[in-house]
Design a protein around this ligand. Structure first.
Ligand code: GUN
Length: 290
């Protein structure tokens, strides 16, 4: 069994991103910028945003967080997004999810300029991913693909079972695997007999936030396990969706949680923001030359 070490790989990617930031600064005088919109007081969201901000600082980005109260209106958030779309210091816009119930999340995600959509949640980028075109890809599934690549795990022709069908993780994960020529199944809350599906899988990718959802009797020998879940036990310990101690004994490769996919998500956010900065710098240059 080999551990897929997301912490180590994310460090390597962060170093590469930092170098690219230095190059961008010296060649065109531009600094990649990320704006985060955070609404309300959810402690998990605040913790994620804090980690993202620290990563931006390490990489040498300009970053700004728009902290808004839970009671903020739809119109006020929309105004902020329009302002960020027009701000040339901002290359990437991230709206931390989930948003309060009175907010129309879809409308906000559609308002983000697709060229600044570093989360890959705008239908324009969702469509480009579905058709196998270049665009912005959601950070968590993109990080999973990078981990698989780092360890030379080729999913071509493999049975990959994705557990969880969210727009943030499950659906884009399945699209990426399909684009890499895997045979893909998506299981979800209404799936009858989950074990029947996972037992047939060469690769199980699970991200639903249910502690110990995947147990050793549900997987075959030498399975590859990607645990995208993060939950807190009543004792306060962070754990994934997989019974790591027992499932790891049957696995060829497995991600720990924490320390697997989580750090990769942040590394991919940095990488997507540099990609946006390069695209936006090129566009500005073309405009000034026209
Ligand atoms: N909430 C949980 N995961 C994510 C993510 O990857 N991006 C955003 N914006 N919000 C999230």
């Amino acid at each position: 069994m080999q551990i897929l070490d997301g912490r180590a790989l994310s460090k390597k990617i962060e170093e590469k991103v930092s170098q690219e930031v230095k190059n961008l600064k010296s060649t065109c005088g531009c600094t990649p910028g990320l704006a985060v919109v955070l609404v309300g007081q959810d402690p998990a969201s605040a913790a994620y945003v804090n980690m993202k901000k620290k990563a931006c600082d390490r990489a040498g980005f300009y970053s700004i967080t728009h902290d808004m109260p839970e009671s903020i209106s739809q119109e006020a958030i929309e105004k902020t997004i329009v302002m960020l779309n027009n701000d040339t210091n901002v290359d990437g816009i991230l709206i931390q999810l989930p948003l309060p119930e009175h907010i129309d999340t879809t409308k906000l995600l559609e308002l983000v300029d697709p060229a600044k959509d570093v989360d890959g949640f705008h239908p324009f980028n969702v469509g480009r991913l579905a058709t196998g075109l270049d665009g912005f890809v959601p950070c968590t599934p993109l990080g999973v693909m990078e981990l698989l690549r780092e360890y030379n795990i080729d999913v071509k022709g493999k049975n990959c079972v994705v557990v969880g069908a969210s727009n943030i993780v499950g659906k884009p994960m399945a699209a990426l695997l399909l684009n890499a020529n895997a045979t893909v199944e998506i299981c979800h809350i209404f799936t009858d007999d989950l074990k029947k599906h996972t037992l047939a899988a060469d690769v199980v990718l699970v991200g639903v936030g249910v502690i110990n959802l995947i147990t050793e009797d549900m997987v075959k020998d030498n399975v590859v396990i990607i645990d995208i879940g993060v939950s807190r036990t009543p004792e306060g310990k962070l754990v994934g969706d997989v019974d790591f101690e027992n499932v790891s004994k049957k696995s060829s490769y497995i991600t720990p949680s924490p320390g697997g996919v989580g750090p990769m998500t942040i590394a991919m956010l940095l990488s997507n923001t540099v990609k946006a900065a390069k695209m936006n710098a090129k566009k500005l240059l073309e405009k000034s030359e026209a």
